[in-house]
Design a protein around this ligand. Structure first.
Ligand code: APR
Length: 320
């Protein structure tokens, strides 16, 4: 059986970490692509040289040629630029939309059968644009956000309660931004929903609310600490969990930015919802029931993603 091939578009902080994780977990061979000549080649060589020490057999190739991603089973996209001081949201959108157009063309030409995971921000708008630019089936293009946001939520809860992260589950829905919707009712400690943990006196309602807000601000907290970049270890680990579920047909239920065609009352857009990931890509949307307040928060989040999409359509009319 041929080895799986994982193409990573963008060899920056997240791209390099993704390559390392793919190799450590021996998910397949890696092609690391970037437009900056030398960086993907250098990182691939450095990682290949840790193979003898770690004992992994993945081959790693760095490239600036799209032809090298030919036949990839999974493509993970981190290409783009981060928002810099003085740059407006629309400036960022314009630059990253152009990047999505190039990346979409490359994937469509060389890896049209791949499962594509987008990480580039602003996530929900970028994954939507990437699907349109690539023309790949909607169930084969998803965005990574919910796994990361849920992991942050899980970490904060476990840390607060002094219990193992393994026993904490969490669901964060909606767009990947300030309006994301951490769902306390669907987040549990050893199966016990968080509101019940509050009733049991393990945590105050105020503390839970603080943790929910800290989860929403999770990305900004790390940017504030790092000062010169954004989070990369947890984003990479989260995308790998999604890729692994696809490659091994695990059928994990993971919150991801997925294309909705009427589910949750939302049509023709990407937003964070729980989905089943298996060999068919995004195989099923898990349409959980939302109560009044949750629904309202979700709708606010959807509206904010729609605002981003409208701004994209103004910049790139062919997306309309
Ligand atoms: N094609 C391929 N690669 C590109 C392109 C392009 N058109 N434009 C930029 N890149 C590359 C850059 O050269 C850089 O190496 O994308 C890489 C991005 O890496 P970093 O700047 O280190 O960013 P990273 O921390 O990896 O985050 C990537 O994920 O979480 C999001 O907001 C984050 O959008 C950002 C993305």
């Amino acid at each position: 059986m041929a080895r799986k091939k994982i193409a990573l578009i963008g060899a920056g902080q997240i791209g390099g970490t993704l390559a390392h994780l793919v190799a450590l977990k021996e998910l397949g061979d890696v092609v690391l692509f970037d437009i900056v000549d030398g960086v993907p080649q250098g990182k691939a060589l450095d990682l290949a040289q840790s193979g003898p020490v770690e004992g992994y057999n993945s081959t790693l190739k760095g490239t600036s040629e799209y032809a090298d991603i030919a036949g990839a089973d999974v493509v993970i996209v981190t290409a783009g630029v981060p928002r810099k001081p003085g740059m407006s949201r629309d400036d960022l959108l314009e630059i990253n939309l152009k990047v999505m157009e190039q990346v979409g063309a490359g994937i469509s030409k060389y890896a049209p059968d791949a499962f594509v995971i987008c990480i580039t921000n602003p996530l929900d708008a970028m994954v939507w644009a990437l699907q349109k630019f690539s023309g790949l089936p909607k169930n084969k293009v998803v965005g990574m956000a919910g796994v990361l946001d849920s992991a942050r939520f899980r970490h904060f809860i476990a840390d607060e309660l002094n219990v193992s992260v393994e026993d904490v589950t969490a669901f964060v829905m909606g767009g990947h931004g300030d309006t994301m919707v951490p769902l306390a009712r669907y987040s549990t400690v050893a199966g016990i929903p968080l509101p019940d943990m509050v009733k049991m006196g393990w945590m105050s309602k105020e503390k839970l609310d603080q943790i929910i807000q800290r989860t929403r601000d999770g990305g900004a907290e790390i940017v504030g600490l790092l000062k010169t970049g954004s989070a990369f270890y947890a984003p990479a680990a989260s995308a790998i969990e999604m890729a692994e579920s696809y490659l091994k047909d695990k059928k994990r239920i993971l919150p991801c930015a997925a294309y909705l065609s009427g589910e949750f009352g939302v049509k023709d857009m990407y937003v964070g919802v729980p989905i089943v990931i298996g060999e068919g890509g995004a195989e099923k949307i898990v349409e959980i029931e939302l109560n009044g307040a949750e629904k309202k928060d979700f709708e606010t989040s959807v509206a904010s993603v729609e605002g981003l999409m409208d701004a994209c359509k103004k910049i790139a009319p062919k997306l309309a």
